[in-house]
Write a protein that binds this ligand. Structure first.
Ligand code: GTP
Ligand code: MN
Ligand code: MN
Length: 677
């Protein structure tokens, strides 16, 4: 209900009666807040009531302080540009700690012993030794002591915001509550869009036994009296940042349960919006495996395909997909059906990053997006590549971080338009000088306008392709799970795993190429099991076991597929062989047709050793990649989409042999944590 209020176009319910603050929260809420105030010593304290008025007040306040810059309201109504500190632009994996019970480790071997060329040597766990990081050698209780020490007096001179929030709709079995305390108004404004906040959450927290996750966040930069603040407060030294997850009870308040998150020193993204990666993935993945009723928390998009054949009733399919960061989840979630299919087919979006999954009474696995907004990568997003995301941004209420801005208050990043506009200011706030530059220099310059991990934050409801069920408390029954990474060779465009166990193995050994952003050679491979490597909140072997168990518990579990949009030519220009984006719909369509065959009890085609790979015909392409079949009136055949070689699998290729050896070496790291299954 409260989310509707962010929408100027939707019905606005009457304002709730003013809340009696003295009655807010049960005994644990009061205890958590009292303790946080005592430790952090803020200048003052504010409870965020989640109303649109309060959100706008915070944005206005940030505009006056210089942190937010209003964009042109005719282009992006009520939207702002924010520039972070240049050292605070992404998740800090090496400063992320999961502090579990003693002796519980992520892998059998110490992280430092994992060969770097397996691409797996980061993501610290308390109690484990990581090269160069003394903190990682502390055990859980020492780590907690360290964090309490870091938080002591950390909010001096600043306002502490108390943000009660819900992940998932309140009327849902999936719903999980949290309270984030933060001294960053940027974080509060983002929580308003990304999570569900508001009076109903506050009321819920007054129930005597209401559970919430205590989430501590601070930029970690106290102000002395009279000291002038900086535009983006954070800790400049990386080793003074901590994103710590605790999964054992705090001895000073055991009644609050085993879980808490304490994050200090960073104000950006997954480091600071604690409902997202910290709660909805790391803590939730552990809750999901350890609660009596088992469920799953995954790094997945959720989409809905509706097929309405002429003169027949509509058929609905729900798919989810786990691809590592920057491998296309947001783009696939909002995919536009190509014109040649648009008469009968429609794709709508339920989520672009996180799926919580529970079994229903029919033994199906049902997915729900616990978030309420999109936090999407800006570079590469355009009307052509993702028109739905662009329209969602233009609907207003969008916060842009670290993108470029034009003289007339428009935003810009590489790929937003083919030509770079004149009079740009880059993400550092420096005017861009283009005068006298040649074509090559101009093209290079484009990469520096926005930070590579610059993002837009916008409410889900504003996406034109948002699914009517995106907010439905019971989730949607999943027909297929997709795993996918960036692979220049070997793995074909798509294959269907023969069964659940094989699919789990395929997900567990998911590999993807390093993108240009990181410090390893571009194209080098790293393992990213289920796209969850940075987000698994407990032992990785146990996590794989949990996947196997969910398949056994849910008799009508989804089929598992593996996709790869990124195969390249071996010779010549080495471009991508597959056009991707909208054309990925051909793969979705094939998956839905197989789902329908299964529903109808029809036999499936013969599979090869890897699994079932479609023919060109299955994708409605000829061997050269030209569309076959009728086209809408007035439409000419589109240019080739790819060719038969993206579907080729050559088991005798020595690269496959090496692939299997690498997979074995990776799984051996888990040693006896891995069950026989
Ligand atoms: P996170 O939000 O970090 O978890 O990443 P994501 O999985 O949502 O990735 P996103 O959809 O933002 O895409 C990342 C990059 O992949 C962008 O540069 C896209 O342009 C590119 N991309 C997405 N889909 C395709 C595709 O089908 N083909 C090709 N060639 N590139 C794609
Ligand atoms: Mn995304
Ligand atoms: Mn993500």
């Amino acid at each position: 209900v409260h989310k509707i209020m962010a929408q100027p176009i939707t019905f606005v319910p009457p304002l709730p009666a003013p809340l009696d603050w003295s009655t807010f929260g049960n005994a644990n809420v009061k205890k958590f807040i009292d303790n946080a105030i005592r430790v952090c010593q803020p200048k003052d304290v504010a409870i965020f009531d989640g109303s649109v008025e309060e959100y706008h007040r915070i944005c206005d306040m940030c505009e006056m302080s210089g942190m937010f810059m209003a964009l042109n309201p005719y282009l992006y109504p009520r939207s702002y540009l924010i520039r972070s500190h240049p050292g605070d632009t992404a998740r800090s994996e090496a400063r992320t700690f999961v502090c579990g019970p003693m002796n519980e480790k992520l892998y059998q071997v110490p992280l430092s012993a994992i060969p770097k060329d397996l691409g797996f040597g980061y993501g610290c766990r308390a109690g484990e030794s990581v090269s160069g990081s003394k903190d990682a050698e502390l055990n859980t209780e020492q780590m907690r002591e360290l964090l309490y020490h870091e938080f002591t007096g950390c909010m001096a001179g600043r306002t502490m915001w108390i943000v009660p929030f819900s992940m998932g709709p309140l009327n849902s079995e999936f719903c999980k509550l949290g309270i984030e305390i933060s001294d960053s108004p940027y974080v509060v404004a983002h929580m308003y869009t990304m999570a569900r906040t508001g009076i109903e959450v506050l009321k819920r927290l007054s129930a005597p036994n209401a559970y919430f996750l205590p989430c501590w966040h601070s930029v970690g930069l106290p102000l002395t009296p009279g000291e002038k603040d900086v535009p983006w407060p954070c800790r400049k030294e990386n080793n003074r940042k901590f994103i710590a997850h605790f999964t054992t009870a705090d001895p000073s308040c055991p009644e609050m349960g085993p879980y808490s998150v304490m994050s200090i020193g960073s104000g950006y993204g997954g480091n600071a919006l604690l409902g997202k990666k910290c709660y909805a993935l790391r803590i939730a993945s552990r809750m999901a495996a350890f609660e009596p009723v088992k469920w799953m928390a995954e790094h997945m998009l959720i989409l809905h395909v509706r097929h309405t054949p002429k003169g027949a009733p509509a058929k609905d399919y729900f798919l989810t997909g786990a691809f590592p960061s920057a491998c296309g989840k947001t783009n696939l979630a909002m995919v536009e059906v190509p014109r040649e299919f648009a008469d009968e087919w429609k794709v709508t979006c339920l989520g672009d990053d996180i799926a919580w999954i529970r079994m229903d009474t029919q033994g199906r696995l049902c997915a729900l997006n616990p978030e309420a907004g999109f936090f999407g990568v800006a570079p590469g997003t355009s009307n052509e590549s993702n028109g739905n995301a662009m329209a969602a941004m233009r609907a207003g209420n969008t916060l842009f971080t670290n993108v470029g801005v034009t003289r007339d208050g428009d935003v810009w990043w590489k790929g937003k338009s083919p030509e770079m506009p004149e009079h740009l200011i880059d993400w550092h706030g420096v005017p861009v000088e283009t005068h006298g530059l040649d074509k090559e220099a101009l093209s290079k310059l484009q990469n520096t306008i926005a930070q590579p991990n610059s993002r837009y934050t916008t409410p889900c409801v504003q996406c034109p392709s948002v699914d009517p069920l995106w907010n439905a408390g019971e989730g949607v029954p999943i027909d297929a799970f997709l795993f996918g990474g960036r692979r220049r060779s070997l793995t074909p465009l798509v294959f269907r795993c023969p069964d659940w166990e094989d699919g789990v193995l395929t997900g567990a050994t998911l590999r993807s190429e390093q993108t240009a952003a990181a410090d390893r050679p571009e194209g080098s491979l790293f393992f990213d099991p289920m796209a969850m490597r940075p987000f698994i909140g407990y032992n990785m072997g146990k996590y794989f076991d949990h996947w196997l168990e969910m398949g056994r518990l849910a008799p009508n579990h989804p089929d598992i597929y593996c996709v790869n949009w990124f195969r390249r030519a071996k010779e010549g220009k080495k471009d991508f062989l597959w056009a991707g984006f909208g054309q990925n719909f051909r793969v979705l369509r094939w998956i839905c047709e197989l789902a329908q065959a299964k529903r109808d009890g029809r036999p499936l085609p013969q599979a090869n050793t890897l699994g079932l790979v479609p023919t060109c015909q299955d994708l409605l392409l000829d061997r050269e990649g030209v569309h076959v079949g009728p086209l809408p009136a007035g439409m000419t055949a589109p240019k080739p989409m790819g060719c038969s070689c993206i579907l080729e699998v050559t088991p005798t290729d020595p690269e496959w042999h090496q692939e299997l050896l690498d997979e074995r070496a990776f799984l051996d790291l888990l040693g006896s944590d891995l069950s026989e299954g």
